[in-house]
Design a binder for this molecule. Structure first.
Ligand SMILES: CC(C)(COP(=O)(O)OP(=O)(O)OC[C@H]1O[C@@H](n2cnc3c(N)ncnc32)[C@H](O)[C@@H]1OP(=O)(O)O)[C@@H](O)C(=O)NCCC(=O)NCCS
Length: 274
């Protein structure tokens, strides 16, 4: 293998390892880790559930019996059974989960380094959000409507639906989000137009790595560059605060294209099973 190509492969492997380690650390701000065979089960200490992950670098082949051990423990604890992993670091998990009757999904896994970043703007005011209940409630409402209407197409829900949804978001959910923003484990950003908050997203730094999650645009406001602009604000914040590598997993290739436009590129595949 020519030297430059070998160096490229080694760099990609090192990056996947770093991403895997980050993904194993990030749940710990709201979960307790419990070892079950080759897995760490992250037992949630907040209002949303977590999942089990294979331990980074264990190199073990996952058997359906390993999945069953996690299933029994989740039943004992009364929590949902789900797994998340990086396919390249644990290729045996997908087939084992499918054999155990779980539904397996794969998503493009993308990364961005500082010199690859191509900032995007939109006809909106985009900014990092303060730790304030009202604005975080609106951001959460936009995310709820957006993820309820997946894909990249323009949809029906607009500002009126956002306000109705914001009013019905559970207080304990908003308190949990507020706590994370106050603690700095979640950084939230949003885009505002004359219609108020119309797109939102977060990043979750751990050391010099962060993940962008929950980017969402109110369905009626899609295809105006708002998601790209919110992503850019999050990336700028991350790079201004000692982050060197930003990652994300996109719902599908059409969604990944939104991030590729600001410089992200695919390094692998994120697996999920439940
Ligand atoms: C994915 C999602 C966040 C994209 O939001 P968005 O604000 O519409 O994204 P953008 O406007 O930046 O880009 C979307 C498309 O509009 C295009 N676009 C951007 N600005 C435009 C403009 N001014 N005029 C016309 N088209 C424009 C982009 O080129 C892109 O085109 P493509 O689909 O061919 O790639 C949104 O569809 C959504 O909330 N989906 C559901 C939740 C979700 O999947 N979130 C992502 C989790 S990883």
């Amino acid at each position: 293998m020519p030297g430059a190509r070998l160096a490229g492969v080694m760099n990609c492997l090192a990056m996947i390892t770093r991403v895997d380690e980050y993904l194993h650390a990030v749940p710990l701000s709201n979960a307790i880790a419990e070892q079950i065979g080759p897995f760490t089960l992250f037992r949630s200490t907040t209002v949303w559930p977590y999942y089990a992950r294979p331990d980074p670098g264990s190199g073990l082949t996952i058997e359906p019996s390993d999945i069953e051990a996690v299933r029994s423990r989740c039943e004992e604890l009364g929590i949902p059974l789900s797994f998340e992993w990086v396919v390249e670091t644990c290729p045996s998990l997908g087939p084992a989960a499918a054999a155990a009757g779980l539904t397996v999904i794969e998503h493009p896994l993308l990364v961005l380094e500082r010199d690859e970043f191509r900032p995007a703007t939109a006809a909106a005011r985009c900014e990092i959000l303060p730790a304030e209940e009202a604005v975080l409630r609106q951001a959460r409402a936009v995310a709820s409507l957006a993820f309820g209407d997946p894909g990249t197409a323009i949809g029906a829900a607009g500002p009126a639906e956002r306000d109705a949804k914001a009013a019905e978001m559970p207080d304990e959910m908003i308190d949990a989000v507020l706590g994370r923003v106050r603690d700095g484990v979640t950084v939230s950003a949003a885009a505002f137009t004359d219609d108020g908050l119309v797109a939102s997203g977060q990043h979750q730094p751990v050391g010099s790595t962060t993940e962008i999650v929950g980017v969402a645009t109110l369905p009626s406001k899609r295809r105006r560059g708002l998601a790209a602009a919110v992503t850019s604000v999050l990336v700028e914040h991350a790079f201004a605060n000692d982050v060197e590598l930003v990652l994300l997993s996109a719902e599908n290739q059409a969604v990944a294209a939104v991030y590729e436009r600001v410089g992200f590129h695919r390094i692998g595949t994120a697996g999920a099973a439940e």
